[in-house]
Design a protein around this ligand. Sequence first.
Ligand code: MSP
Length: 510
Amino acid sequence: MEPYYLTTPIYYVNSTPHIGHAYTTVAADVFARHQRQRGRETFLLTGVDEHASKVARVAAEQGLAPQEYADRIVDAWRALPARLGVSNDFFIRTSDDGHKRFVQEFLQRIKDNGRDDIYQDVYAGLYCVGCEAFKSEDELVDGKCPEHDVEPEWIEERNWFFRLSAYQERLLALYEERSDFVLPGFRANEARSFIAGGLQDFSISRAGQPWGVPIPWDPEQVAYVWADALVNYLSALTYARPGEDLVPRFWPAVRHLLGKDILRFHCVYWPAMLLAAGYDVPRQLFVHGYLLLDDRKISKSLGNVLDPLDLIDVYGADAVRFWCARSVSFGQDGTASIDGLRERYERELGNDLGNLLSRTTAMVARYRSGTLAAVPSDMSEIAAILAPLGEDVAARLDVFDLTGALERIWEVVRALNRHVEATAPWQIAKDESRAAELDRVLYDLVDGLRVVAVALAAYLPETSTRILAALGQPAAVDWGEVAYGRTRAVDTLEPAAPLFPRVDEPTLAA
Ligand code: MSP
């Protein structure tokens, strides 16, 4: 099986994380954890992008040198994956020596490729610091960048350029040959038509500012932030494990996860830069949509920036992860809200899942004094419900259908709840002659819950562990466990504590 290397964008450190950053990071963790469950060698990378003009600006406002500023704020960014229960294998900072060294090597490789792909010219044009991107007049609305609602700045400098225009044909051929290079399909179309519209060379260096990675053959200039940041996906592999180069193992088996705002950089510029430097292009890119809060873009000026850590304090990491995966169909734009988080916490996590565990364990405790007999049956209705689950969920997660795979698991949660009502074990328990039937119903419920816990392990790692422990089952979450009839007999089951206790009125302002 080919290894699975997954990346999130590296986030700008000009402010602290908001829920939009948590969103991509959680999604990436679900995919990575799931592949590990299937026994695949997996590497998950996340981290921060430091050499941006906007970072230098915020540092100056605070009277700090950019590096000093970045060193202070980086802990807030490390806390994001840590508190969300994300299983990243490395956290990259673009100010790491290993990264800076590799960026220089990478750019030098392009310069030396014999095709004159890097040349000097004068750049004169508009630059949006918010996007950290050069803008053409036709991208502006009323003279302003529509994304940031600010007028871009006029820049005129002698820079080093990358000959992107020379890669138009190769990129078009790539999109032609690999219909799943970029997912979802409508995003591939977007990238393809941008390429087909003609590619402009772009500046890969900045002369006017000292914050960044020096251009090796012209140390007066630093690498343009995107020419530095994109390279993180490769550089990290060269120094994440001291003394070991992971590039041969994980490149090009890489999948990039990103929001639609940075599609062009990833789906057009990056593959061209890789080809120019003599590397294979990534295996796949998945472009997701935007999470809106109460129908509005998340932004500081709108005052609706939600700190994911505050949400975790109230609801716990798993509830926030659940909400990220479930509130909006992954790939599309969609609106989410704190009310929605609360609602799902109570109704889906608390009632559908939490109560199912409480009821099931309470019944085994009450009717069987905590003893669960191992009595699987091929004829069981639950066996039929569970049989296709593993394959269905895996197939969805292989194509980044984060929301669809979770819904598929939730169908089983709902089916188990219906099964409790339909079989009414409290009635069966009244009749001694139906003891075998009761054993079967209880076994099927426990087994169904065990399967759900394993299937949910990538989404709700903490909860999954708690459910398996409450059922007296081993903690192993190999994907093969998503199968009927593997529950072991137990004789010490106790009524489980609530998985998602009611939370007091949240004090969070939405
Ligand atoms: N530093 C660049 C990326 C360089 S990657 C080589 C950057 N950073 S960022 O801090 O602005 O983060 C952008 C990413 O954050 C988006 O692509 C997306 O993954 C995530 N999101 C930020 N706001 C978001 C929403 N409102 N909704 C969903 N994701 C969002 O761009």
